[in-house]
Design a protein around this ligand. Structure first.
Ligand code: ADE
Ligand code: ZN
Length: 325
């Protein structure tokens, strides 16, 4: 499972930070973050709102482009060790320079240079997707979209929204999404993780994303499932994240298998792997155990994921060869 070549479309860069890496930065900067770790040194949180708080506390020690350069290398080393050959990561000008375009450019430069180094050394390719953070509100989302629009290009390929899905509505973020779309960025949106089918319908109607982050609660409305299959909307499914956060009691109870059988384009990702004690290898192993998914199924899903990637055609063709290997 570890060796199978993988494509991961849904990974939050800060959420992928190994706890030891964050503890090291906290020590360097003399910031007391002991409250966010348990006795074994893992991130500690009670539920989804608390997870978001711990996530933001961990992120608070990432102060500079250099910190993000080191973070990107640490994250890509881990991804490459689990067979990921192509990944897309969520980035946020909220955490990288406080939505100031000049500062954001410096962070983005450091991150994309680290990605280029990882590509040379480890053979893993990365692209970036800017996300606004829903619970930070529409005004900050507008500033975030402006940062994204200024830096859209070969490396920064997409725009999305993460954060607390229970707060505000898709229409509150329409300006930000229109701004990003006009700049040529491809669109994804977290929806259908904590919100039900109506939230997903609203997201599709208002923001018209090509991909949904999670989207799994569509299974509660089979007409919506048929709609997703017909539109070809791609779901960035993160089964281990959903189980760890209590959305489903087990992998076996997760709807990814049903969604796939009903013709929805599903993909497999880890979301925030150390928070959820997961890796791409573990996701594959658990899916194999729960649904008897075999190598052919995983290869088909990797190819489906690459088709849904936001990178240019030349990059896709190069990665396609790696998937065949
Ligand atoms: N940010 C990081 N992980 C997230 C998740 N699973 N849902 C929403 N926002 C997030
Ligand atoms: Zn996510």
């Amino acid at each position: 499972m570890r060796e199978l070549p993988k494509v991961e479309l849904h990974l939050h860069l800060e959420g992928a930070a190994p706890p030891g890496f964050i503890r090291g930065l906290a020590a360097e900067k003399k910031v007391d973050l002991s409250g966010i770790f348990d006795e074994r040194g893992h991130y500690r949180y009670r539920d989804f709102p608390d997870f978001l708080k711990v996530y933001e506390a961990a992120t608070s020690v990432l102060h500079s482009p250099e910190d993000y350069r080191r973070l990107t290398l640490a994250v890509l080393e881990e991804s490459a060790a689990h067979g990921v050959v192509y990944g897309e990561t969520f980035l946020s000008p909220d955490f990288c320079g406080g939505r100031d375009v000049g500062a954001w450019r410096e962070y983005l430069h450091a991150i994309s240079e680290a990605a280029a180094e990882a590509e040379r050394v480890m053979g893993i390719t990365l692209r970036g997707i800017v996300t606004c953070i829903r619970h930070f509100g529409p005004e900050k989302a507008r500033e975030t979209a402006l940062c994204a629009a200024e830096t859209a290009g070969d490396w920064l390929t997409g725009f999305g929204i993460a954060g607390d899905e229970k707060m505000l509505a898709p229409k509150d973020f329409l300006w930000a999404f229109d701004c990003a779309r006009e700049a040529g960025l491809r669109i994804t949106a977290h929806s259908g993780e904590w919100g039900g089918p109506e939230t997903i319908r609203d997201t599709l109607r208002v923001l018209d994303p090509e991909r949904l982050g999670h989207g799994v609660r569509a299974i509660e409305d089979l007409a919506l499932v048929d709609d997703l299959a017909e539109r070809g909307t791609v779901l960035e499914v993160c089964p281990g994240s959903n189980v760890a956060l209590g959305l489903y009691p087990s992998f076996r109870a997760h709807p990814i298998h049903d969604l796939d059988r009903r013709g929805v384009k599903v993909t497999i990702s880890t979301d925030d792997p150390p928070f959820f004690h997961t890796t791409m290898t573990r996701e594959y192993e658990e899916l194999h155990r729960a649904f008897d998914w075999d190598e052919g199924q995983f290869r088909r899903i990797a190819r489906q994921s690459l088709d849904a990637a936001f990178c240019d055609a030349d990059t896709k063709a190069r990665i396609a060869k790696l998937l065949e290997g």
